[in-house]
Design a protein around this ligand. Sequence first.
Ligand SMILES: Cc1ncc(COP(=O)(O)O)c(C=O)c1O
Length: 476
Amino acid sequence: MSVNVIIGTVMSMSRKVLLTEEETPKYWYNILPDLPKPLPPPIDPSTREPVDPRKLEAIFPRILIQQELSQERWIPIPEEVREAYTIWRPTPLYRAVRLEKALKTPAKIYYKYEGVSPPGSHKPNTAVAQAYYNMKEGIQVLATETGAGQWGSALAFATNLFGMKARIYMVKVSYEQKPYRKIMMEAWGAEVLASPSNRTKIGQSILKNDPSNPGSLGIAISEAIEDALTHEGVKYSLGSVLNHVLLHQTVQGLEAKKQLEVIDEYPDIVAGCVGGGSSFSGLFWPFYYDVVSGKAPKKIKFVATEPTACPTMTKGIYTYDFGDIAKLTPLLPMYTLGSDFIPPPIHAGGLRYHGDAPTLCLLLKEGFIEPRAYDQVSVFEAATLFAKTEGIIPAPEPSHTIRYVIDEALKAKETGEEKTILFNLCGHGYFDLKAYQEFFEGNLKPFDYPEDKIKESIQNLIKEYPWIQEIPFVKS
Ligand SMILES: Cc1ncc(COP(=O)(O)O)c(C=O)c1O
């Protein structure tokens, strides 16, 4: 077959499936009404009761708080947000034809490619929505954290679209390793600070005790929240974990479903990587909806991947914990490594957050999701094979999923099964070449985060907040 791009017609071996701009989704899918159990609420440590939503107004606009708690299944996407989405959406769905051939697998591998967005990942799907709602409430500046720089770039891009500014606390080790991400954010008008910084009280106190502290997402979140709490016209914006963030990401799964429908396919496996859970949830929620509404034509396996250096889903403890190191956030019900987690500096990939989205953790606990952890050497081996076969150099984060997909495709070769696998290639790796260089030079080492350290962190949390164990769902 000579034509290898398809729009709305069925071909035997399509390389990519594209949708028209009009087919950009008009609604986001909200999973809250379809969870197997009600989501345990965030807890206010000062009252030990569920958070009063009015308190959240100090850092978030009202509409996002409503979305955070909403039980509406379908939430309309504002026209201005859809218009901004069309800068890069709908994103292509690719069939990994060359990777399949290299593996000699009967499995069919599809990937939803989010690297086509201007900042290079799925993150602007929510950044654009969050910037829009804040702009509507008269906010001029959004403060946020960024680890690898993908989220900061997305918020810098999105605030600029709506005439606002972003102030970005970038984990110091990434700030030093990724100067071009910083410049990218500045090109969109953002102010970028290495975290811990001298700009906030929490940053100052960390630097006083440890001037060479490499930073962590937990510290950067504390700094950004403190910034929003102490300045007029500034609010805080989070790139993952919270319900409203995952909700905005469902454009990925909704489009992917439509694209697979065009070629008469349906996945046996939907896989994605998890740092906080937004890219994976954005892809799998619409398929989960098919399962719970009885519309799925077959059984689907949902697989979430993570690093062995930050094994939140595979080794973390399910409890209430804070989202940041300074304990400024409410307590969230999640699998956690402890909010004082500092990622090992030898770790090159992203996905370095100590907790995960409460919705994802509930689904994991209830057995709807299978977690898998991979070490960074095997991840970069998979990333390199993908780059050599498919051309795109993947970001380290989705490369964890590529490792899983390759292993699964090789298993299918053994068994002869014709499995259909869908995953999201949620970002490109063109700003991650330092990590690739480390890999090529043999400097990356496998690293398993020790279980003792997780237990110690959680014991410290319980020592300081013994009543956490009395919160009903922790007891049950
Ligand atoms: C490309 C990419 N994928 C995944 C992640 C992990 O975040 P999440 O689990 O919320 O998708 C990040 C985080 O910065 C990222 O940049």
